[in-house]
Design a protein around this ligand. Structure first.
Ligand code: ACO
Length: 448
């Protein structure tokens, strides 16, 4: 059967012929075109417009790619209407409850949960690569005091390609590419913690390979040559969950960036470095930092939560409640549900009384009941709670987005690998030009 779409601009109506079909009909300027319909394994549907420009001369216009399926992917399924998130078919609730971050990383990158032997291989390979080349330490000396760690991390990851030139060709045998993936997983926590230590003038702590992935990171962040940092299991568990919850989220801004950069056959290090840059913005990964900065601003202003909620609702005011709303989750963010519990556990266990966190609680309560937020389905997202946890465990605000990047790394790797394996073409969108029509150059003297 055929599902028929008539372009509204030309015929004024949009209708469907039920039931479902394998093609869509498009009528443009009175001419009919048949386009394939692609159906995903969870019945997601797309009209395949790959040949649209060739057969009709038209392109589609979709600012922000809100309706554009950029790829077919086997990695993550999410349904924003019902609040579903699966990695390779496994629901996030089960994964966050039972798995370790490295198990999840393996699942995302290799496609299946590891056997014990496979997990041991993966874990020990990552353990063996946690040290970074000593020459890289000299780079830190060149950054100014107060350099943002996301800028530092992005450049350090791009710089890794210069230390491993064999990684420059993404089409080498899988064993070579796999080593690059393991190096990234192993060295990114080391580089992230080093960036922090340098920024506060502390000596760099080397990795301790007897620790787990998360313990090791906390050790490199908080221990000193004169002080052994003891990892609290509640903190370790919360960190493990946070990394898992951030591990992949299908074709978001940073992941699409990784795939786009990689589509030019650029190497994995530079693709991940670009992903880190995309994640940095406050409308994406930078939101967790923006949440705490917003809470501090509210506190400094006297803590009047109602006033700031009113500002967020005022269309003449550019202020938005950071940590609220999501591009795809329009009912609730399943990750926020899980992390809210971990957040409560951490705050209770550490017995933290922080006026900024009190403001967070009040804001959450007010906004969840407020008609403006309810109507627009604006709920606290994962970044609202992650920012609170990071603050409670002593991670400095500027490192929050770095934490997100550590979690997202296996997802970016898996998406890059899938893009290469699927032989995807270089990403190159079109545009609708709205500038001046052809005109003659006017010499400077005659321009008035
Ligand atoms: N505070 C106040 N109003 C908001 C907020 C907010 N945080 N978010 C959306 N709105 C309003 C908009 O003004 C708009 O109102 P209108 O319909 O009256 O014009 C409506 O809700 C829809 O907003 P859009 O911007 O169209 O929604 P979109 O899906 O494009 O944006 C986004 C989603 C960018 C996440 C947005 O909600 C936002 O800016 N949130 C704050 C930043 C944030 O927390 N980002 C983290 C996202 S999660 C992540 O990246 C992991």
């Amino acid at each position: 059967m055929t599902r028929t779409y008539i372009a509204p601009n030309f015929q004024g109506t949009l209708f469907r012929n039920p039931p479902m079909s394998e093609t869509a009909k498009l009528i443009l300027d009175g001419k009919e075109y048949e386009l394939p319909v692609v159906v995903g394994s969870e019945n997601e549907k797309a009209i395949d417009i790959t040949k649209l420009r060739d057969i009709t001369g038209y392109v589609t216009l979709d600012s922000g790619y809100k309706n554009t399926g950029a790829t077919k992917s086997n990695i993550t399924f999410l349904d924003g209407e019902t609040g579903i998130l699966w990695y390779r078919g496994y629901p996030i609730e089960q994964i966050a409850e039972y798995a370790t971050f490295l198990e999840v990383a393996y699942l995302l990158i290799y496609g299946e949960l590891p056997t014990e032997k496979e997990l041991n291989y993966f874990t020990s390979s990552i353990r063996n690569h946690t040290l970074v080349h000593e020459d890289m330490k000299r780079f830190y000396e060149a950054y100014p005091t107060g350099a943002h760690p996301m800028g530092v991390l992005s450049s350090m990851i791009a710089s890794m390609s210069t230390f491993y030139p064999e990684s420059l060709n993404p089409n080498r045998p899988f064993k070579d590419i796999e080593l690059t993936m393991h190096r990234l997983m192993a060295k990114m926590p080391t580089l992230a913690a080093q960036a922090h230590k340098v920024s506060i003038g502390h000596p760099i702590m080397y990795p301790k390979n007897s620790y787990s992935y998360t313990e090791n990171f906390l050790h490199m962040m908080f221990a000193l040559p004169t002080f052994d940092y003891e990892v609290d299991p509640v903190v370790d568990d919360a960190l493990n969950k946070l990394l898992i919850l951030h591990a992949d989220h299908e074709q978001n801004c940073s992941t699409s960036t990784v795939r786009m950069v990689g589509s030019s056959q650029s190497n994995l290090y530079s693709s991940i470095s670009a992903g880190i840059a995309a994640l940095w913005g406050p409308l994406h990964g930078g939101a967790n930092q923006a949440v705490i900065e917003m809470l501090e601003r509210i506190k400094a202003d006297g803590g009047d939560v109602a006033k700031w909620v009113a500002k967020a609702k005022d269309k003449n005011d550019s202020f938005r409640l950071m940590g609220f709303g999501h591009r795809v989750y329009k009912n609730f963010d399943p990750r926020a549900k899980i992390i809210k519990k971990a957040c409560d556990d951490v705050l209770n266990k550490l017995g933290i009384h922080d006026p900024v966190l009190d403001i967070a609680k009040q804001l959450e309560e007010v906004a969840l009941k407020d008609e403006y937020f309810v109507e627009r389905k604006l709920y606290p997202n994962v970044d609202f709670y992650s920012g609170i946890i990071y603050r409670a465990i002593g991670i400095p605000t500027e490192m929050f987005t770095v934490m997100f990047a550590l979690g997202r790394l296996p997802g970016w790797i898996a998406q890059w690998k899938e893009m290469i394996e699927q032989g995807e073409p270089i990403g190159r969108p079109r545009q609708i030009y709205t500038g001046a029509n052809l005109r003659d150059y006017v010499p400077l003297a005659k321009r008035g």
